[in-house]
Design a protein around this ligand. Structure first.
Ligand SMILES: Cc1cc2nc3c(=O)[nH]c(=O)nc-3n(C[C@H](O)[C@H](O)[C@H](O)COP(=O)(O)OP(=O)(O)OC[C@H]3O[C@@H](n4cnc5c(N)ncnc54)[C@H](O)[C@@H]3O)c2cc1C
Length: 344
């Protein structure tokens, strides 16, 4: 089932926000594959929410986060993929990143749905097939996952290696269960994390320039490893085309890519400069960012940000109505909070 890219991430919060990952271009967001939830309401009732039962609650749960009820069980639509899929990394020098990202943005518009590419500007982590001299060097990593016909893997990845002169190519068949956790090493459980992000209507030249400049100004970590990373994810395919904007609370309208800047650190003294880096990297892109977005991509930016996040004013009004009905006292408020009409 379509979920996230790091296997320690909590499935409840990920799903209730929307859920993006390697399979979204093929099967949609996690919420697009949610069939029903069992919940405990804030007044203590146990209910089911689905398209046919408490459908207003089910709509709001699919993107509105933990604002409406406590979910105790999720039922998802699974899909056939694997057991072997194609996955790995195509690595380019940072000096080539502008050219490669410009061509990649064009390529992904018509790329096959089973291909997802996360273009990461990051100090290269130790990975099988990557020459050790690149470890810790800031480069452009195209993290690729291809769940289609493996007979087409070489051709599919060949189109990516042809975007420039790769420093290394380490893509091949691997079991899906291994691929599903291949980025765990880049986000070790237990570190402090600060995330900023948003949707872009297009991956423009100025957005690429801003991201590369932020990579060049990233603070050096006290321990080796990917402590600063910018990920550019490609929408398109199922997540953009197969599910209507109003079908769930999660918004996707107009987003061709999304960008996220993530910093990770270990000691309290390191925190401020890593937080500042991610904030500055996001601010450098703010003129290009759409108002709508994915709630889990960013730390809470306040009520105005939240109002824009779900797309149209009508969608946000629908969320307020659900909140007013299901949590009129705003008991569930330690979150990216949608307030009931009474103010809670
Ligand atoms: C290393 C890392 C990698 C990530 N990668 C991805 C990714 O690939 N794709 C993606 O989509 N997101 C990703 N995320 C973001 C992720 O979706 C959010 O951090 C999400 O909130 C994690 O879910 P959680 O269950 O840990 O939520 P928490 O942080 O515990 O909670 C988030 C919100 O959901 C509410 N909540 C949690 N559980 C329930 C429940 N059972 N019922 C009602 N409300 C509940 C909480 O009250 C809170 O408001 C990543 C995050 C990290 C740290």
């Amino acid at each position: 089932m379509p979920a996230g890219t790091v296997s320690s991430t909590g499935i409840a919060g990920l799903t209730l926000g929307g859920g993006v990952g390697y399979n979204m271009r093929r099967f949609g967001a996690t919420v697009d594959n949610l069939l029903s939830c069992k919940v405990v309401t804030t007044d203590g009732r146990k209910l089911k929410a689905s398209k046919t039962e408490n459908s207003d609650l089910f709509w709001a749960l699919r993107g509105g986060g933990g604002n409406f009820a406590v979910v105790t069980e999720f039922t998802f639509q699974a899909h056939q993929a694997g057991p072997l899929v194609g996955a790995g990394v195509v690595l380019f020098q940072l000096d080539d990143a502008k050219d490669v990202l410009t061509k990649l943005a064009v390529h992904m518009k018509t790329a096959p749905r089973p291909l997802q590419v996360i273009a990461a500007l990051v100090p290269t982590p130790p990975m099988p097939g990557i020459p050790p001299e690149y470890y810790g060097v800031y480069m452009l990593s195209l993290v690729c996952v291809y769940t289609g016909d493996l007979a087409l893997l070489d051709e599919t990845i060949g189109a990516l290696t042809a975007l420039g002169a790769p420093a290394a190519v380490a893509v091949g068949p691997a079991p899906w269960v291994a691929v599903n956790s291949m980025l765990d090493a880049a986000a070790p459980y237990g570190r402090s994390v600060h995330t900023r992000g948003g949707y872009l209507s297009a991956l423009t030249g100025s957005a690429i320039d801003a991201a590369i400049a932020s990579a060049r100004h990233a603070p050096a970590p006290s321990v080796p490893g990917p402590s600063t990373v910018q990920n550019i994810w490609f929408m398109g395919g199922a997540i953009s085309e197969d599910f209507a904007e109003d079908s769930v609370a999660f918004s996707r309208e107009g987003a061709e890519v999304f960008w996220e800047g993530v910093s990770q650190w270990d000691s309290d003294e390191e925190g401020p400069r890593f937080i500042e880096w991610a904030d500055n990297a996001a601010d450098a892109l703010s003129a290009e960012m759409r108002a709508n977005g994915y709630v889990n991509l960013t730390t809470d930016r306040g009520p105005e940000w939240l109002r824009g996040l779900y797309g149209s004013a009508a969608k946000f009004q629908r969320l307020i109505e659900a909140k007013t009905k299901w949590d009129p006292q705003n008991l569930l408020r330690f979150n990216k909070n949608i307030k009931p009409a009474s103010g809670g």
